[in-house]
Design a protein around this ligand. Structure first.
Ligand SMILES: [Zn+2]
Length: 258
């Protein structure tokens, strides 16, 4: 029996992400496998296009963690959600853009972010803020509680351009949330010791000439997040994979003491 995946279409007007790539039969079979769909016996491109959800792309399932999350979403009955239900703390201007971005990401990513992540925003005019934390916080059962922090890009003067930049960065961070391995939550009392241990490890790797091995996973993460944000139709620094890869390298190299 053939299964189809449906989601409320009123929220997002999806245009197919990369239509020309659907002529690739290997990709078609891979999508079917991940989505638990029965491949068509004679899969001509138009039939394939009809069977696979419009938001599907190779970039969406490039990591094992993303594939596990997609399967979890399918097992839950392919739910949809309201982007306005994001658990958010901070300035209103940033929240408006967060909700906008959530309305443009694929439904499994939307549901994943809403159920696992607290989003925090610092707006255009504030250096910081105090408030009561939103409640209830997401209580994910299969992953740790995650955080996305966003700052208004004050380095861009034009407001329209700044909004585009902020949207691209928000999409990039959501892509990380979807693609990356969930790490063990940091225990505050152990934080300083963990930090020191990590810095010692980086220094040691630098001395023995294996710093590239330390940098590589972070660089790959940045590339994949930037590419997924690009596929979703965003722009700016969040989608510039060379910029993000350079930043990932710098974050590690800056920790090496002189
Ligand atoms: Zn990143």
């Amino acid at each position: 029996m053939r299964r189809s995946i449906c989601c409320a279409k009123s929220r997002t007007r999806w245009s197919r992400v990369v239509p020309e790539r659907f002529v690739n039969l290997g990709e078609y079979y891979r999508f079917c496998a991940v989505l638990n769909l029965q491949p068509l016996r004679d899969p001509m491109p138009p039939a394939r296009l009809k069977q696979i959800p419009e938001w599907m792309s190779s970039e969406l399932i490039i990591t094992e963690h993303a594939r596990v999350r997609l399967k979890r979403w399918l097992a839950a009955g392919s739910p949809d959600a309201d982007p306005a239900h994001v658990v958010y703390g901070g300035d209103h201007d940033v929240r408006v853009e967060v909700v906008h971005v959530l309305s443009r990401v694929p439904p499994p990513v939307l549901v994943h972010i809403l159920t696992t992540t607290l989003v925090i925003g610092v707006g255009e005019t504030d250096g910081g803020w105090w408030d009561v934390a939103p409640a209830p916080l997401p209580q994910p059962t299969s992953e740790p509680l995650c955080i996305i922090a966003l700052a208004w890009p004050t380095y861009i003067q034009d407001r329209t351009d700044a909004i585009e930049e902020l949207r691209g960065i928000a999409a990039h961070e959501m892509a990380h949330g979807w693609l990356c391995k969930p790490r063990r939550p940091s225990v505050p009392t152990e934080y300083a010791a963990e930090k020191l241990e990590h810095e010692t490890y980086i220094e040691l790797a630098s001395k023995v000439g294996s710093i590239e091995e330390v940098i590589a996973p972070g660089v790959t993460n940045e590339q994949q997040a930037a590419q997924l944000a690009t596929v979703w139709g965003f722009r700016g620094a969040g989608t510039d994979h060379t910029h993000q890869m350079r930043a990932a390298r710098r974050r590690v190299l800056d920790r090496i003491k002189e």
